[in-house]
Structure formats: structure tokens, C-alpha cells
Design a protein. Structure first.
Lengths: 225, 469
């Protein structure tokens, strides 16, 4: 999954990114409102962590502008301001959640997981497709109850696919969400990893990972959507 | 029992009116009484008595008699109307009587007559004469060497009736007036003071959360209107100072939470997984940086809090020698200056040996801060000059650097609490923007001032002005 952190405190941004990357996510950082807004509109992210006090504009304004622009990415606002009016304002302009500093990192993680769950209407905590189970919090992956060991990259791919279960996920989307690199030309890399993944997940069982010719991949119990 | 102003005013009015009326009525009654009894009654008696006395013929052969009127023989005699006239000798024997007396005699005891002195007359009031109280005048007369007394009397009944009526009329009039004044007083008082009730009602609700409210103006430019205007201005001042305070607290809380947040994130993230030793050392070092930042911020906030709460001017001020204070500050920054290859020069000047009134710790804070800033913003190999001059009984200390200077739009805000400006990012970035605010507060407390002069690209000069003493 790919996250955007918009925070002007360089050190704080660095610490946040480090912690989030260690969870297996890709993290991009912007240090002011303008850069953050641009990144969020140009690229797609699965969640945005937005600080309230930014040097050029308030985070609340950025949030409002993103929503007006039609960007529906879940947004979690971070700030040292804890007055009730501020929380209400933040949520009312379109933020999905709000955390006051200083916060426990574990809580930030839990809330991000909660935001990521929202992409699915049923919002399960642990994701299931057929007899495949993926627990985002513990990073456990099981098929038919039997645990499967995945590399971090494989896990990241799996998370993207299962969160969009039933939908076609393009190679570009996968690249964005699993690697730091944004460029094209890495389809090959994907195919290699996907074939490893297939072997671990699908080997000897009903196939769940399907290739959609010319479009990408899809995780589902049947070959046809 | 609470008695409000309206009632008190009305009661006071009524009481004052009653008092004035009491005095006026008493005076009127007394004057009337004097006029009626003294003028009307006594004078009439006297005139008639003297007339009778004068008409006593000196001829002893003519019998003593009281002049009476024959019916129809003369114009009406107003003098004798309803009066009793009697002439007695000194033994009390009645020699002549007016017909009005009928069969009675006016009292004239010999003892009383004996006391009658020549040329003196006596008035008496007697209620034992008959059905009505009478007033008698007795005057001594002489005829051919013999002393007699002429007595004239008349009833006081009518006079008393008049006076009684007058008394009742005055009393009723007073009561009516007092009541009228009372009622009008209450109405007027209420009209004048109703705006005050409205003001009180609104004022009760104005509190910390509603300082934007103002008191209602009665609409008239009178004392109450002026009072409301003044109070509203005061509310404005209070609201502004609350606002300043609130902003300071909000800024301070943000400044405190940021390093705490970084510290926490750092430690939590590091502890989530096993790390190798160098990484732990890095984390600890980084955590220590935040702790230092927090310590410095806490100290500065405490200094400000203490300055804010103890507004007594220069509580612990003593005379500090200018040169000593400056040299101490420079010494404190010697290491840092050396690290950055910046040299600090204190220019010689006679005023360096003068004293200024400052709390020694405060002096240290101010000058260390200014020299520290100058060193931080100086280019490598640059020079920081400290120049003290005397001017108009004050010492003016200028700390100059050859750094990047300060943009014009930032200059007015430089001394605000927590203001950092763009250049702060180039420095070590750990200041909270309180240093200059503290300098300004300290200097103003001691009767001094701080100002800055700067042009982008041409460095900056901070000037501190303090009275010499």
C-alpha cells in the first residue's frame, strides 16, 4: 500500500516514514501544503497522513481542497491542536480521522489500518478470499488454515490484491504500491514476483490469482469476474 | 433586607418632601396663629380698650360708662361687634359694663388688679368665663387721680375654628403632596434606572466564553451612557488580552508537543523491532537532541511565565557594570564562536565602566541571547561587533553581525513570542522563537527598549537601550 505523509517537521516526517515503511508500506513525503496537494492529486495513494500546521497553508485547507477536487483518498489529520472545535473542523472538511500529538505509534498504525479497511464496503478486519486469509495487523497469510511465508515484497503485493479482491489491478498500480520506483518498465519485475507468489499461494490448490490479459491481475475465486 | 436604589431614591424624595412640608406647614400655621390671635384679636381688643380709656371724661361729675350705640343712630360699629367691655375700680367693683356682657362680669380679682402697674396692660386667655374661651385685655386708666381698669374681651371660638380648619387643610395638603412626590419619585427613579437593570442582566452573562459581548447602551448621552461606553471599552481591552494569552498558550502547547511527539515516535518505532547497536545509539542521540530542545524551551517558558506573573518592575535589579555583563556573555559563547570560526569584538568605550540597573540573571539572558543569535547567523570567518555608546543618560548596546539580514516584512514581528521567521530554518532550527520575546519583556520591565536594524544581505544590528544607573 502507498501512503503520503504531509508534514513540515523534517525529523518527525522521517520518523513516521521509517516506522510506516517497516510495516511494508511505501511512503512518500511532502514538507509543505503545495507539494502535498500536488502529490495527492497527481498520484494515487491509499491513505494520506496530513499535519495541520504547515508553513504555507493550513492542513485543513489542503484537506478541503482535495475533497473539492474529488480526491477521495482517506485522510488522517495529525496535529498538536486538541481543542474540540479543531477536531470538529478537521472532520467536517473531509478528514476521515484525527490524531493529536504526541500519539502512540501503535495507535497511528491501527487507525491507518482502519482507514484502509474502508475501501471495502463490508470492512472486515481480517481479509478473506475463498480459503485465503490475510491479517493486515499481524501480516499473517494462510491458505486453508496453513500459514504461508511470504517475503515483504510478496506480502505487499498480496495486500494490494486482496484489498481489491474481485477487481483488476493494473501492473502500474502494483508497482506504485509496492516499490519506491514510479517509472514504467518494471513490469518484468512484477511478473517475476507474481510468479513466485502464485507458486506459494496457488501451488496445488484452486487458483486465486488470475492474470487478465493486457490489464493486470485479479484475486478471486473464479477466472471470470 | 436588600433595599434597591430605586426604592431608596423614592423613599428619600418622599422623606425630604415630608420634612420640608413639615417645616413649611409648621411655619405657616405659626404665622397664621400669630396673625389671627395677635393681630386680629389682641389688636382689636387693645384698640377698643384704649378708645374706652381715652373717652373716660376727666370730668368727675360725668358718670363712668361704657360707650354703647343707640340703635339706628350712627354708622355700623365694627369695633364693638361681639366684644365685652367692662370698667372696674381697683377693688374690683364693676362701674360700667357693655350690654353684650348681659348679667356677667369679666373676672377682675383685686389681687390681680393690685399688680397692675401704670402704663402696663395685661392680656389673658380664660376658658372659665362661659361657653367659649375668651381673650381679655386689662389696661389701667386714671381719672382725676383715681385709678381704674378698662377690660375688653372677645370670644376665641371663631379664631380657634379658623386655626383648626387651617391645620387640617395644611395637613391634608401635605399628605397629598408627599404622596404625589412619592409616586412621581418612584416613576422617575424607575425610568432612570431601568437601563441599569438591563446592563446588570447582560453583564452577569459576560464571561470568559462571551467576551465579545458588549453591554447595551441606553441610547442617551448621559452618565449611564458614558458608564456603558467606558465599560465596553474595558471589555474590549480584556477581550484582547485574553486573546493574546490564549494564543500564547496555544503556541506554547504546540511548541511543547512537537518535540515530545518526535521523541515518542522515535522511541516507539525503534522499539518495534530488534535493531543493531549503532541504530540504537543513533536513536538515543536523536532522543537526547529532543530532550535538549525541550529543556531549553521549558526554561524559556518558565522565564516568560515568571516575568508575566511578577509584574513588579525590576524586582531583583541591582547595578550591573555594562562591560562585565557583555564580557560574560561573550565568554559564554566562546566555544560556539570558535567552532564556527566567528570572532566577537567588544569595542572599547567609556560607557563600558558605567552601571545599568538590571537583574544580573536577566542581563545574562539578554546579552547571551543577542550574541548567540549574531554568532549563529554569521558566515564562517565573520565578525560580531558589540558596541556600547552613551546617549541621553542611557546606554545603547549594539550587537551587529554580517549575516543574511532580516527581510523588511519580518522585522515588526521579530520580537513576538514564538515567531521564528524564515532565517530560523538556516540556523540550528531548535529555537522556539522565544529568545527575542524574552529580551523585550525583560528590557521593558527595566525601563529599557530593544530594536533592530537590518537589510537583507547586509547583516543585522540589534540595539538595547537602558538607563544608566
Amino acid at each position: 500500500m502507498r501512503l503520503l505523509v504531509i508534514e513540515d517537521d523534517v525529523k518527525a516526517a522521517r520518523l513516521l516514514s521509517k516506522g510506516l515503511r517497516e510495516e511494508g508500506w511505501i511512503v512518500h513525503v511532502a514538507h509543505d501544503a503545495a507539494a502535498g496537494y500536488e502529490k495527492a492529486t497527481v498520484s494515487s495513494y491509499d491513505a494520506v497522513i496530513l499535519d495541520w500546521l504547515l508553513p504555507d497553508r493550513e492542513g485543513v485547507e489542503v484537506c478541503r481542497d482535495l475533497r473539492r477536487r474529488g480526491v477521495h483518498t482517506p485522510i488522517l489529520m495529525l496535529t498538536a491542536r486538541d481543542a474540540v472545535e479543531d477536531r470538529v473542523t478537521g472532520l467536517n472538511v473531509g478528514a476521515d480521522d484525527y490524531l493529536t500529538k504526541p500519539f502512540a505509534f501503535a495507535e497511528l498504525l491501527a487507525r491507518i489500518h482502519a482507514l484502509l479497511r474502508r475501501a471495502d464496503i463490508t470492512r472486515p478486519v481480517v481479509l478473506h478470499v475463498g480459503d485465503l486469509m490475510l491479517d493486515p495487523v499481524s501480516h499473517e497469510v494462510k491458505r486453508g488454515g496453513a500459514p504461508i511465508r511470504l517475503t515483504p515484497t510478496e506480502y505487499a503485493l498480496m495486500e494490494v490484491l486482496i484489498r481489491r479482491a474481485g477487481q483488476v489491478v493494473s501492473r502500474a498500480d502494483l508497482v506504485e504500491r509496492v516499490w519506491e520506483i514510479d517509472r514504467d518498465g518494471f513490469e518484468n519485475l512484477i511478473d517475476v514476483h507474481m510468479s513466485h507468489l502464485r507458486r506459494k499461494i496457488d501451488g496445488g490448490r484452486a487458483p486465486l490469482i488470475h492474470t487478465v490479459r493486457g490489464s493486470g491481475f485479479r484475486l478471486g475465486t473464479t477466472a471470470e469476474p | 433586607m436588600k433595599v434597591d436604589l430605586k426604592t431608596r431614591l423614592a423613599v428619600a424624595h418622599a422623606v425630604a418632601a415630608a420634612a420640608i412640608l413639615a417645616v413649611a406647614v409648621a411655619g405657616a400655621h405659626w404665622t397664621l396663629r400669630r396673625a389671627v390671635l395677635g393681630q386680629v384679636i389682641d389688636r382689636a381688643l387693645l384698640v377698643l380698650a384704649e378708645a374706652e380709656g381715652a373717652s373716660l371724661s376727666s370730668d368727675v361729675t360725668v358718670p363712668i360708662r361704657v360707650h354703647e350705640m343707640n340703635p339706628g343712630s350712627a354708622p355700623p360699629s365694627f369695633d364693638r361687634l361681639d366684644k365685652f367691655v367692662q370698667i372696674v375700680d381697683m377693688s374690683g367693683r364693676v362701674l360700667a359694663r357693655s350690654s353684650t356682657l348681659g348679667t356677667s362680669q369679666l373676672p377682675a380679682p383685686p389681687a390681680f388688679l393690685a399688680r397692675l402697674k401704670a402704663d402696663s396692660l395685661v392680656f389673658q386667655t380664660r376658658s372659665d368665663f362661659g361657653a367659649e374661651p375668651i381673650r381679655i385685655v386689662t389696661i389701667p386708666v386714671e381719672r382725676a387721680g383715681t385709678r381704674y381698669a378698662v377690660q375688653v374681651a372677645m370670644s376665641l371660638d371663631d379664631a380657634y375654628t379658623v386655626l383648626d380648619s387651617a391645620r387640617w387643610i395644611l395637613l391634608l395638603m401635605s399628605v397629598a403632596i408627599v404622596q404625589g412626590v412619592g409616586v412621581i419619585g418612584v416613576i422617575l427613579a424607575r425610568r432612570a434606572l431601568v437601563p441599569i437593570d438591563r446592563i446588570v442582566a447582560r453583564a452577569r452573562h459576560i464571561g470568559e466564553s462571551s467576551l465579545g459581548d458588549r453591554l447595551p447602551h441606553p441610547g442617551m448621552e448621559n452618565e449611564i451612557g458614558r458608564l456603558v461606553d467606558t465599560l465596553n471599552e474595558m471589555l474590549g481591552r480584556i477581550e484582547r488580552s485574553f486573546e493574546v494569552q490564549r494564543r500564547f498558550t496555544a503556541d506554547a502547547s504546540h511548541e511543547l508537543r512537537s518535540p515530545l511527539s518526535r521523541l515518542r515516535a522515535e522511541l516507539e518505532v525503534t522499539l518495534r523491532r530488534p535493531r543493531d547497536r549503532p541504530e540504537y545509539e543513533d536513536t538515543l542521540r536523536s532522543a537526547l537532541e529532543e530532550v535538549e530542545h525541550l529543556s531549553r524551551l521549558t526554561e524559556e517558558l518558565l522565564v516568560l511565565a515568571r516575568l508575566d506573573s511578577d509584574r513588579r518592575v525590576a524586582a531583583g535589579a541591582s547595578t550591573v557594570v555594562v562591560g562585565d555583563s557583555l564580557r560574560e556573555a561573550v565568554a559564554r559563547l566562546a566555544d560556539q564562536a570558535r567552532d564556527r570560526a566567528v570572532s566577537i569584538r567588544v569595542l572599547p568605550a567609556p560607557v563600558l565602566s558605567c552601571g545599568m540597573r538590571l537583574e544580573p540573571a536577566a542581563a545574562g539572558l539578554v546579552f547571551t541571547n543577542l550574541v548567540d543569535n549574531a554568532v549563529k547567523f554569521s558566515p564562517r570567518g565573520g565578525v560580531v561587533t558589540v558596541d556600547a555608546q552613551e546617549s541621553d543618560g542611557d546606554v545603547v548596546i549594539a550587537v551587529s553581525d554580517a549575516g543574511p539580514g532580516i527581510p523588511a516584512e519580518e522585522v515588526p514581528r521579530l520580537f513576538e513570542r514564538f515567531y521564528r521567521g524564515s532565517a530560523a530554518r538556516f540556523a540550528d532550527g531548535h529555537g522556539a522563537g522565544l529568545g527575542l520575546a524574552i529580551c523585550r519583556t525583560i528590557l521593558e520591565r527595566h525601563g529599557g527598549r530593544i530594536s533592530v536594524e537590518s537589510e537583507p544581505g547586509k547583516g543585522a544590528t540589534f540595539r538595547v537601550r537602558l538607563p544608566i544607573g
